[in-house]
Design a protein around this ligand. Structure first.
Ligand SMILES: [Zn+2]
Length: 385
């Protein structure tokens, strides 16, 4: 699998360099006279920020709001929405991000994305809908789109936009009238941690004597051949995130929780709060496990869109540490990046080629650990070494 680099929220260790804000007061209009908003169904004249206020279930702001570039992935840019400090809005502690689609042939219109999400993903998480992010479409206008494009160009000029992202801007307003409004998980207290659980099931076409799971096999191949090195490689076997053995689990968690003093406490909460969610993801992957080499060779009869989304989503969790050392709470666990995977553009062939390379290159069967103890290689008599 070779996903587009995903858009991520900042992690605890990231320093986000925020460029200047864009003041959007001139593309929005004043709220209604009494400061409340009466949401019409839609319409170009309806102030965008009043729609945001509606989403927040709060009064329509009397001030302005700003959009600040936060990050971007292959398909979208992410903007931090902030109301100006002079606003007398009661926003409580809510903060939002705006996800805006890029103008690339393979990106899918926001309205379609949301429909796909509601029809194919939401039903899979009915046991705990809180694991998914609430998503809200918001109509933007062409001036906002143009303003954001101008901001991307400024970022390029200032060297604040990654080279690989340059030259690509947002989809024109007449083809994409919507943006996606989502909670900003990085807002507020606590450390935000993001990781990709990847394949929590072995590949159906892995050899029977495999010593590595699909993720460890791919990471090993990429590390050794220096192809796509580091991409999606968390440095641990994802199956170990489900380990009940404390020693094994703690070795994996060390890659996502850097504070050694509180690592054990974090592990305790991880077992309680995160492992049940990961177990559910594993069950979903098990039910949608037609992702072996033979499956990829007969793509016309299959739909990989959900199966591959389940294997490329991210987990975001928020951990808070109380004053009293060793007290850790994980108040938030979410799955993100659950857009259905598009099989167009030779993706299925690519998946098939990767699987073929893993098998013929012996990447599943190799007993060389390369520093990562894959769960597949453990034997009952030697569970840890
Ligand atoms: Zn593994």
């Amino acid at each position: 699998m070779d996903p587009e680099p995903t858009t991520t929220v900042p992690t605890a260790t990231d320093t986000v360099q925020l460029p200047p804000q864009i003041d959007l007061s001139y593309v929005t209009s004043e709220p209604t006279a009494n400061g409340t908003h009466t949401p019409p169904e839609s319409g170009d004249n309806y102030p965008v920020f009043c729609r945001i206020a509606a989403y927040l279930n709060t009064r329509c702001p009397t001030g302005n709001f700003t959009l600040t570039y936060l990050t971007e992935g292959g398909a979208n840019t992410i903007w931090l929405i902030r109301f100006s400090p002079s606003s007398n809005l009661y926003l409580h502690d809510s903060k939002l991000i705006l996800r805006v689609r890029k103008d690339i042939p393979t990106t899918i219109p926001m309205a379609t994305l949301r429909t796909q999400f509601e029809e194919h993903i939401v039903p899979l998480f009915q046991f705990d809908p809180g694991l998914l992010l609430p998503v809200h479409l918001i109509e933007i206008n062409d001036r906002i789109e143009q303003t954001l494009n101008a901001q991307l160009r400024d970022l390029e000029t200032n060297g604040q936009r990654k080279e690989m992202r340059r030259g690509i801007y947002h989809a024109p307003f007449d083809t994409e009238p919507y943006a996606m409004l989502m909670p900003n998980l990085a807002y507020g207290d606590g450390k935000v941690i993001e990781f990709k659980p990847k394949w929590l099931m072995q590949s159906p076409s892995a050899p029977r004597d495999a010593q590595r799971c699909r993720t460890c096999a791919l990471n090993a191949m990429r590390r050794e051949t220096k192809q796509g090195s580091g991409r999606g490689d968390s440095g641990f076997c994802p199956l170990n995130l489900l380990a009940q053995n404390d020693q094994i689990l703690i070795e994996a968690l060390r890659h996502i929780w850097s504070d050694e003093k509180t690592l054990e406490a974090f592990m305790g909460k991880f077992k309680q709060r995160v492992q049940p969610a990961l177990s559910h993801l594993q069950r979903l992957q098990f039910k949608d496990n037609g992702v072996g080499l033979e499956d990829f060779r007969t793509p016309e009869t299959r739909d990989f869109s959900v199966a591959m989304a389940l294997r490329d989503c991210s987990v975001v969790l928020k951990a808070t540490t109380s004053q009293q050392i060793n007290e850790i709470q994980i108040p938030l666990v979410k799955f993100i990046d659950l857009d259905l995977k598009d099989s167009r553009g030779g993706k299925v062939k690519k998946w098939a080629n990767i699987e073929q390379d893993l098998i013929t290159g012996g990447w599943y069967s190799s007993q060389n650990h390369l520093g990562v103890q894959c769960a597949i290689s453990r034997t009952p008599s030697n569970p840890v070494s």
